[in-house]
Design a protein around this ligand. Structure first.
Ligand code: ANZ
Ligand code: ZN
Length: 879
């Protein structure tokens, strides 16, 4: 029996080398076994792995290792989301080329990732900034262009008038340019867009088929796509008030039922009618300029005070030629949605109500809630958007909202003015086409050429990739591709005349919209994918990542897969069959008296006499305030460095801790005490493996013909644990699996006659059961703590690697069925749980409860006065 402690620092790199040398995690595309594709969202190479990455990759790795043991051909690749602004900022601030900065970071982070012991197929690794990757992205861009899925369109961009450059949204801080401090303007420029709106309905409908996605993510996507059914209504302009040439105003409404409650019309600042009216009205022109300056992004509109300006134009109510409504330009109407114009019904829309209350336009309720008297029902500050019956609405009175909507639609569709119906039922989507042009250097070049004669000319396939120049300079604001002395000057592939390259690069979301498909055959130099391979290995069976990517990244990937299908690169619509969003790693914050933050490593925490936790600064002893638990961030200094943790405790401890306390979709609170607890458990498992190896030495290789009571009990525990952990991993309930593993380790320790005791001379059946239990135990924790598992596997005399072993077979007849789990309390406080046969009698339950360590501890040696068993639920021990 060994008395040596398990030495993770020595053991972990050794196993990592061995796995790598034997290439056991490489998956082959011609492997005949069923495939299983596990993918974690690939990292941005910022320079260092953070603890959130450790959690993310550990979750995926447990699943990958488990599915491999279950006999699947597991694809578990890793790469780098390598384009983006930080590399350019590093070039500006530290004079390092973006490429050098990025690849240095990749090298450093790869080393860190390796130290976690992840079962990754590194042979498939790529970075999105490799020309061998983005070459194919350029090819697909050209394919999309041909298919009408990529187009040029006038779009608003953030323009910095001092630096004379377009800014990314993150470079606009409080409405000003990050470097110049100048007030940013909105400018219209030609931009490339992907036509994601062609798939609006499909992207919405297919959400119903994604039954292994979290409901909340599907809901977020649904809201983002934002389908609404409504009516397009053409209002006639009152000729006496209308600008020359203008005769009507088209609006989109989802509430045509409220038409008799209309008090005003509102149009967007860049609506043509607003422009026409402003031509004659300098005050209106100034108002429009001001609201355009502030911008019309949704966030701004939602928070800004509602403002309007009466254009003087009047429109005629569609059901009453004598009823005129004023037309305002308003800052809350978006040109990009519907028709950029609305009718306002203040009684039933809060925004409209705020508006009329400000401008004194009044309101008339037209929907009366059930149980209210229409004669006394009034609206003052709160709009009513609930159900009810129509009032004050002439021919609609008494109808339900739905019936009134139908009736208005029916009448207005039937009314023809100038060959066109006045009303038209319409479906609108909030989803906009995806603007992908970025005026940045460190991105995938858009492969087109602008020729003064031939207009936009695609770069010929043979000339791909269009690579970034390595000698760009970053001493001036703006796009380094634009400044480059030679890069953009080319001859036109069509007419041979002088022309210039497109200097816009693609949004980095494009890079991450198909990397999962590239992983299926990253060696193909001729095409983005090898379709029959991609069709075999895709979709990703389990995708894992942060909820911050729940909308855009997933939606863009879903679009891109459809676009790749339309252009022959893949044969499916949905890239991710299963989606899992993990929680964050959070930590307490520590502050000095002056409010400045200090890191956990600088703080010592001790319990005070009254049981509170007190913190001091290690260096000076000064008092430290323990602040709230928050997401780890550099600014709050509440981070822990994975390198430190791995150097101190080993990767297995870090992995075990990440999985242990919380369900993976919830936040996990980093706690040094619990990490130490995980570290102690590692040593405990190591001792158990060694003791089991000793005890099992007398066991025959052949399975005994029969088992005595003790051996049978252990075997039941073994197969029970095997069953629960297997289903737990399948469902990603890792924290539950860990609890079962701990419980099972206790059972094995019990069978060994307690820890640290010399192995007794065991009966052959028990020795056999102990060996079986020890092997199963090692296999059960191998996905979580693979290095320790390899070491134990060896101690138990197994040939080969546990990472390559098949998952143990469950013997179903050993599963204890009909058990119940009861909550165990001591003096009213929960101390644990006990699982007993559901027909167990009270004495049996009492004995099981009193044998629990947690109960003994809580009693602290005091005698038991009473045990109360609430059948099927609770056992309370009164001491
Ligand atoms: C009259 C009305 C009465 C409306 C009422 C609502 C409540 P969803 O569901 O998001 O599609 N709207 C239409 N176009 C707009 C634009 N470009 N900018 C700002 N608001 C716009 O919302 C549709 C409703 O949002 C429409 O229905 C319109 O106001 C407004 F009691 O018309 B409604
Ligand atoms: Zn030309």
């Amino acid at each position: 029996m060994t008395s040596e402690r398990y030495n993770a620092r020595e053991s972990e790199p050794r196993w990592q080398r061995q796995w790598e040398e034997q290439a056991i995690f490489a998956s082959k595309n011609d492997d005949p076994r069923p495939k299983y594709y596990v993918l974690e969202m690939f990292p941005y190479p910022s320079g260092r792995i953070h603890i959130g990455h450790v959690r993310n990759y550990t979750l995926g790795d447990v699943l990958a290792r488990f599915m491999r043991a279950r006999g699947y051909n597991v694809l578990h690749p890793m790469g780098w989301d390598a384009f983006g602004l930080p590399a350019e900022n590093a070039a500006i601030e530290r004079k390092i080329a973006p490429k050098a900065w990025t690849y240095d970071n990749i090298a450093a982070m790869k080393k860190q990732l390796r130290s976690i012991g992840l079962s990754l197929d590194w042979a498939r690794e790529f970075a999105t900034c490799d020309p061998s990757y983005y070459k194919h992205q350029q090819k697909m861009f050209l394919d999309f262009m041909k298919a009408g899925l990529a187009e040029r369109e006038k779009r608003k961009v953030n323009w910095d008038p001092v630096d004379m450059t377009v800014l990314a949204n993150e470079q606009v801080i409080d409405g000003r340019g990050w470097r110049s401090g100048a007030v940013v303007e909105q400018r219209e420029m030609s931009q490339w867009v992907f036509k994601i709106t062609k798939y609006s309905q499909e992207l919405l409908d297919a959400l119903d088929t994604l039954d292994r996605w979290p409901d909340k993510v599907r809901l977020m996507q649904r809201n983002w796509i934002g389908r609404s059914e409504g009516l397009l209504i053409r209002f006639v302009l009152d000729p006496a008030t209308s600008p020359a040439g203008e005769t009507e105003l088209k609006i989109f409404t989802t509430r045509p039922d409220t038409l008799f409650g209309a008090k005003f019309m509102a149009i967007a600042a860049d609506h043509p009618l607003a422009q026409a009216a402003a031509a004659k009205d300098p005050k209106l022109a100034a108002f429009i300029a001001e609201i355009k300056r502030i911008g019309t992004a949704q966030e701004i509109i939602d928070t800004a005070e509602k403002q309007g300006f009466d254009t003087g134009i009047r429109v005629v109510h569609p059901f009453d030629p004598n009823w005129k409504l004023p037309v305002y330009v308003a800052n809350f109407v978006l040109m990009e949605y519907g028709t950029g114009a609305i009718f306002g019904c203040p009684a039933h829309d809060q925004r409209d109500l705020d508006f009329v209350n400000k401008y004194g336009l009044g309101n008339t309720p037209v929907v009366c809630p059930e149980g209210q008297d229409p004669k006394t029902f009034v609206i003052t500050d709160t709009a009513y958007d609930g159900d009810g019956r129509m009032i004050n609405s002439r021919f609609l009175d008494g109808l339900t909202i739905d019936a009134a909507k139908q009736e208005v639609a029916r009448r207005l569709e039937g009314e023809i003015r100038g060959n066109m119906p006045v009303g038209e039922r319409q479906v609108n989507f909030r989803l906009r086409d995806w603007g992908i042009s970025r005026q940045r250097y460190w991105g995938c070049p858009i492969p087109v050429i602008h020729c003064p004669k031939c207009d936009v000319v695609p770069v010929p396939d043979g000339d791909l990739p269009v690579t970034l120049p390595d000698d760009a300079t970053f001493d001036r604001p703006g796009n380094a591709l634009d400044h480059h002395p030679t890069w953009k000057h080319v001859t036109c592939p069509q007419c041979g005349g002088p022309a210039t390259r497109e200097t816009d690069t693609m949004d980095t979301f494009v890079d991450s919209s198909w990397y999962f498909a590239r992983f299926t055959d990253p060696w193909n130099e001729r095409a983005p994918t090898t379709p029959d391979v991609a069709n075999r290995m895709m979709p990703v069976d389990q995708y894992i990542g942060g909820v911050e990517h729940a909308i855009l990244h997933l939606l863009y990937s879903r679009f891109f897969t459809r676009a790749m299908k339309a252009t022959g690169h893949i044969g499916m619509d949905e890239p991710f069959a299963g989606m899992f969003t993990q929680g964050m790693v959070v930590h307490e914050t520590y502050q000095k008296a002056d409010g400045s933050y200090v890191t956990p490593a600088e703080v010592k925490i001790e319990p005070s006499a009254d049981g509170r936790r007190l913190a001091n600064l290690l260096a000076t002893g000064e008092d430290i305030h323990i602040g709230p638990i928050e997401k780890m961030s550099k600014s709050k200094k509440n981070t822990v460095d994975p390198d430190d943790i791995i150097a101190t405790y080993g990767a297995d401890v870090a992995r075990w801790f990440m999985l242990s306390d919380s369900p993976p979709d919830r936040d996990v609170i980093w706690s040094d005490e619990r990490v130490q607890g995980a570290s102690r458990f590692v040593q405990r498992l190591w001792r158990l493996a060694n003791e089991s190896a000793d005890a099992a030495r007398t066991a025959a290789a052949a399975r005994p013909a029969s088992f005595g009571t003790d051996a049978l009990a252990l075997r039941k525990a073994t197969h029970g644990a095997l069953d629960k952990v297997s289903t737990g991993i399948e469902r990603l309930h890792f924290n539950v699996c860990l609890a079962h593993i701990r419980e099972f380790a206790n059972a094995l320790a019990g069978a060994l006659g307690g820890e640290n005791k010399p192995a007794p001379n065991l009966a052959p059946d028990l020795a056999w059961a102990i060996r079986e239990a020890a092997l199963v135990l090692v296999q059960l924790f191998a996905p979580m703590m693979p290095h320790l598992a390899e070491e134990c596997w060896q101690v138990l005399g197994q040939p080969g690697l546990v990472s390559e072993a098949n998952w143990p077979q469950i013997e179903r007849d050993l599963l204890v069925e009909d058990t119940v789990t009861l909550v165990v309390q001591v003096n009213g406080k929960k101390r644990g749980e006990v699982t007993v046969a559901s027909d167990a009698q009270n004495p049996e339950i009492e004995a099981a409860v009193l044998a629990l360590d947690a109960v003994k501890q809580a009693l602290g040696g005091k005698p038991v006065r009473k045990v109360i068993v609430v059948p099927m639920r609770i056992v309370n021990v009164v001491g």
